[in-house]
Design a protein around this ligand. Structure first.
Ligand code: PLP
Length: 388
């Protein structure tokens, strides 16, 4: 199998040379004072990326760990929980919540759409005993973005907790944990931070800690336990288990890169890359998967494929013939995705993705105007570069 030239997937994304170098730092004892300092620095950096003054738990496992830990810790059997489903990850969260005993209510829409915050408001008004709302910021497979700001404000104004899967957005799309009243937020470093895929970065509000501590069903003495981190690490300075030393260095480097660039600049860069990609998609004669541009995410562009064309075949062809790795639909629909995450949300990366996809479709007999797509995408990139 040939080596891939460009990894333009929707996470894990291409890591920067700086992140790779940090991942290669010496493996030290986890109680080496230098590592303790690095760990604490990383917590502070992650907190500033979440825009929270609350606590951050650096869990040692891919982001699914943080999501499962958050859901298990917050939910008591019988709790009324509203889960918003607009895609694969929201659907999966619902299965967990039901399994953990929640009295589950869902607002579900088609996977090219997002849930309207007004519907959340209506549900909470009619169900004042709701304990929690679970929401996915970007349904990465669909490439859609939900209005987490409005939903967070609506929920917190009613004293309802929020569990937010913002695994793929933070660093590339605006998210303000404190200002928007979000209680537990889970981020994966392998997405917009351009880091390695081995950790879950979790922000926990004071309100959420109170709920978790009062929940006899919250995991304790468990790999899934948020409480263990609170008691042993925050409380006593002891790790509940050995942290992944190399991953922590990789995550710190990824955070440094975003913070040195500036969080707002990083967010603007992701938006520009996605805009350039969408311009190319339309000019090429293709359609984005989300039903409108207004709900299209900045971290990934999902592109609908013509009927009869199989997304796995399209991706395999783009990779084998042109050396470009794209993502598939992960069950959301017949689509392919070009990621704009971390390093790939810059320069000509969106154009490379469009070229590989466009030429692949031509090879497969689908008529697309690759030149027009490239021109439109380049024009968007050039006009932004001229402003800088
Ligand atoms: C990447 C991602 C996760 C983590 O899931 P994996 O399937 O392990 O990659 C969770 N939620 C969202 C929205 C994601 O994009």
């Amino acid at each position: 199998m040939r080596e891939v030239d460009f990894t333009l997937s929707a996470g894990p994304t291409t890591a920067s040379a700086r992140t790779l170098a940090a991942l290669g730092s010496p493996i030290t004892y986890h109680y080496d004072p230098a590592f303790l300092e690095a760990f604490r620095r990383t917590e502070r950096k992650v907190a500033s990326i979440f825009r929270t003054s609350g606590s951050v738990v650096l869990m040692q496992g891919e982001a699914i760990l943080g999501l499962e830990a958050g859901a298990r810790s917050l939910v008591r059997p019988g709790d009324k929980v509203l889960n918003l489903v607009s895609g694969v990850f929201g659907k999966g969260m619902g299965m967990w919540l039901r399994h953990f005993g929640a009295d589950l209510h869902e607002i579900e829409v088609l996977y090219d759409d997002v849930v309207d915050p007004d519907d959340v408001e209506r549900f909470l008004a009619a169900n004042p005993d709701t304990a929690m709302v679970a929401v996915v910021h970007c349904e990465t497979p669909s490439g859609t973005a939900t209005d987490v700001e409005s939903i967070g404000r609506i929920a917190s104004s009613r004293g309802v907790l929020t569990l937010v899967d913002c695994v793929s957005t933070v660093g590339g799309m605006d998210l303000r944990a404190d200002e928007w009243g979000l209680d537990v937020c889970v981020l994966g470093p392998q997405k917009c931070l351009g880091g390695p895929p081995g950790m879950s970065l979790v922000s926990v509000s004071e309100r959420a800690w109170e709920t978790i501590e009062a929940n006899p069903h919250a995991p304790r003495s468990s790999f899934l336990s948020l409480l263990d981190w609170r008691t042993t690490w925050f409380g006593e300075g002891r790790f509940p288990f050995t942290p992944s030393v190399a991953e922590v260095h990789g995550v710190e480097a990824a955070c440094d890169q975003v913070l040195e660039e500036g969080l707002d600049a990083s967010i603007a860069r992701h938006a520009a890359a996605a805009g350039a990609c969408r311009a190319g998609v339309a000019a090429m004669g293709l359609r984005i998967w989300p039903k409108s541009e207004a709900i299209a995410a900045s971290c990934v562009t999902s592109i609908a494929l013509p009927d009869g064309l199989d997304h796995d075949r399209v991706r395999a062809h783009a990779r084998e013939r042109y050396g470009v790795m794209l993502s598939g639909g992960q069950g959301a629909g017949n689509l392919v995705r070009i990621g704009h995450m971390g390093p790939t949300a810059s320069g000509l990366y969106p154009v490379v993705g469009l070229l590989a996809l466009g030429r692949t479709l031509l090879d497969m007999g689908v008529h697309v105007d690759v030149g027009a797509g490239v021109d439109a995408s380049l024009a968007a990139i050039a006009s932004r570069a001229a402003l800088a």
